[in-house]
Write a protein that binds this ligand. Sequence first.
Ligand SMILES: *Cc1c(COP(=O)(O)O)cnc(C)c1O
Length: 488
Amino acid sequence: MAEVEKLIVSRKATLREAMSRLEQAGLGILLLVSDEGGLDRTVTDGDIRRLILAGHGLDETLGALPEAKCITAPVGATRRAALELMNRHGISHLPLIDADGRVTELLLRRDIDEQVLLSTPHIGDAEREFVEQAFLTNWIAPLGPNVDAFETELCAFVGSAHGAAVSSGTAAIHLGLRLLGVGPGDRVFCSTLTFAASANPIVYQGAEPVFIDSEASSWNMCPRALERAFSTAASEGWRPKAVIVVNLYGQSADMDPILDLCAAYGVPVLEDAAESLGATYKGRQSGTFGRIGVFSFNGNKIITTSGGGMLVSDDEEIVARARFLATQARDPAPHYQHSEIGYNYRMSNILAGVGRGQLRVLESRVATRRGVFERYREGLADTGLLEWMPEPDWSFSNRWLTTAAVSPDAAFGSGEIIRRLAGELIEARPVWKPMHLQPVFAGTRYFTAGNSSVSDDLFERGICLPSGSNMSEEQLDRVISTLKSLLR
Ligand SMILES: *Cc1c(COP(=O)(O)O)cnc(C)c1O
């Protein structure tokens, strides 16, 4: 934003004066105002050049300038509206005009066109080397030494015995359910507050999801709601084939009571740790608690291979079967022979190279995302209008996304805040829409702990703020100050 006074000239100014003002202000534009103080038109270097070429002398005045329509916006226009106006008219400056026609501000494209996104890939220094190595050795696809090393290195980091790198987190969940024996007619318990990719593979397998509510203290699967689901199922004479426990927004679920319940009912757990790589539960790495753990390296996750996933397990047989099914289930025969239906789900050697580089910066990414959360928490503390996703004492969250529930006392609800942030080119998102509310899962069963649904309330009031590990201090300040003005 430019200081307006320095740019204002009247028609009495000479061309020489105008040129010297243009030179000082350095923006290539002046604001010509009438005697009443309203904006008459803008004056650019080009306007003066045309006057001189038409034979006007440097000591003549701007009175020679013709009337010109000038593009302006009202005070309070959003960044998005201002930018759209600039784009439509091919201009890079936009005067904001008050009710009296006076200029209050001159918006410059370079100051306002920056979009703050929710979570963008953040590549380190080592990725390129691993990828180049793959090119140099012609290990392009599929599989190769980067895949093996990525599996070994990720497993060493999280403390899992075995891992299979695959094409996506969704593919890993699908393989995991198949390996747990989930098939047509089975039922699978699954956290309701999650991304659809947690639950869709249940349907791929011809099974039926049953959704479980969250607890307010962690936003993750509520052990009491799970207990109700188990006991209700037992009283009806059935048992789920598996339980998918999701670790939301980078925070582990309360694993001990959940694992105890699942062990008591003899049902295996698939841990959807797509969002929680690098987080811990009671000091142990997220993703290592279930019979099977799943990570995602999608572009928006805490580390990325542009797209990819990993299935981990301490059970060597499970991971070997996952690799087999993920490579088209080819029997060990000299010819192409298949005794089972397989998938093309393996990760390529090139993408695994990106993953190896990303793994080296994972801990620093976690620290940065936690720092982003702290900045928001401190910067917005005095409003008292955001209830941050809690971090129980057993949890060390990777704070993949900074999330909060908007207090009912705030000036706007979460939906309106998200809409208005978008107007300022800031991408915020609602909290995941619970699966039991999704049209595609209409009619599926849903268990809460008590009479009210925690996930419904979190969906109603929740907001995810831009949380990328590559956000600048200025971007964070911009989000905080914009949000402040929308909360009060
Ligand atoms: C991202 C995500 C997935 C799916 O991972 P992809 O790699 O995108 O297929 C599954 N579950 C949750 C909770 C996720 O956030």
